[in-house]
Design a protein around this ligand. Structure first.
Ligand code: ADP
Ligand code: TYD
Length: 210
């Protein structure tokens, strides 16, 4: 599953409202304008089957799934996304820009409902077995992220309703992952204007492409 492929796999990570989707879109637009072949995708989702699982995990009663079942569902969605969208694009030499990937499961399912990181990792190595070439962590103060995230309307509010205390924990967990995987993680200060953040993201990805 993890043989080298000609494309570049970039993931965006960070707490809710940190600006991942905004920056992923900006990066895709900029690279396309420069003539690159780009696939912009997201998790949970990114393939028809995984988008169906997205509805199961993000809508409805927050206590709908046990922590373990939730890990299985996110991993099932990821496996389908990988098989049908990510791997074919990488094999074709495209740049895959993914709004969240396995690091989100390590943080959200691994930390938020007890210490389940080992379970997440075992399932990952069994069923996914691939990491992004580059992971851009948009780091920011949870209070700022929360006010941005709550400014959006929508029914997918399971994890956004965590509140600031848990978001602080998530932020720390993402920073800790960046320390654990320094080769692929780049931490970017998201508490600035969209253009300033986008400039840093582009510089980081341009280096990886070169
Ligand atoms: P995420 O995908 O990380 O949850 P979004 O990209 O959806 O975050 O951004 C959340 C909200 O904040 C959106 O309304 C977006 O327009 C706004 N936003 C994103 N980046 C910035 C920024 N650097 N400064 C101010 N507002 C931002
Ligand atoms: P997303 O749409 O990226 O939310 P946001 O734009 O608010 O950052 O992701 C939806 C939610 O799913 C988000 O709260 C994080 C959560 N999530 C997990 O709990 N585990 C995962 O593996 C993934 C990919 C997302």
């Amino acid at each position: 599953m993890s043989e080298a492929l000609p494309g570049l796999f970039v993931s965006f990570e960070g707490i809710d409202g940190s600006g991942k989707s905004t920056q992923a879109r900006r990066l895709a637009d900029t690279l396309r304008a420069a003539g690159r072949d780009v696939v912009l995708t997201r998790e949970p989702g990114g393939s028809p089957g995984a988008e169906e699982i997205r509805r199961l995990v993000l809508e409805g009663d927050p206590d709908r799934w046990s922590a373990e079942t939730e890990i299985l569902l996110f991993t099932a969605a990821r496996r389908d996304h990988l098989e049908r969208t990510i791997l074919p694009a990488l094999a074709a030499g495209q740049v895959v820009i993914c709004d969240r990937f396995a690091d989100s499961t390590r943080v959200y399912q691994g930390v938020s409902r007890g210490d389940l990181r080992a379970t997440v990792d075992r399932l990952h190595s069994l069923m996914i077995g691939r990491e992004p070439d580059l992971t851009v962590l948009i780091d920011m103060d949870p209070a700022q992220g929360l006010s941005r995230a709550l400014g959006r309307q929508g029914s997918e509010e399971r994890f956004e309703s965590f509140g600031e205390g848990l978001q602080q924990k998530m932020r720390a967990a993402f920073l800790s992952l960046a320390g654990e995987f320094p080769d692929r993680f780049r931490v970017i200060d998201g508490g600035r204007g969209i253009d300033a953040v986008a400039d840093d993201v582009l510089a980081t990805v341009t280096t990886a492409l070169a």
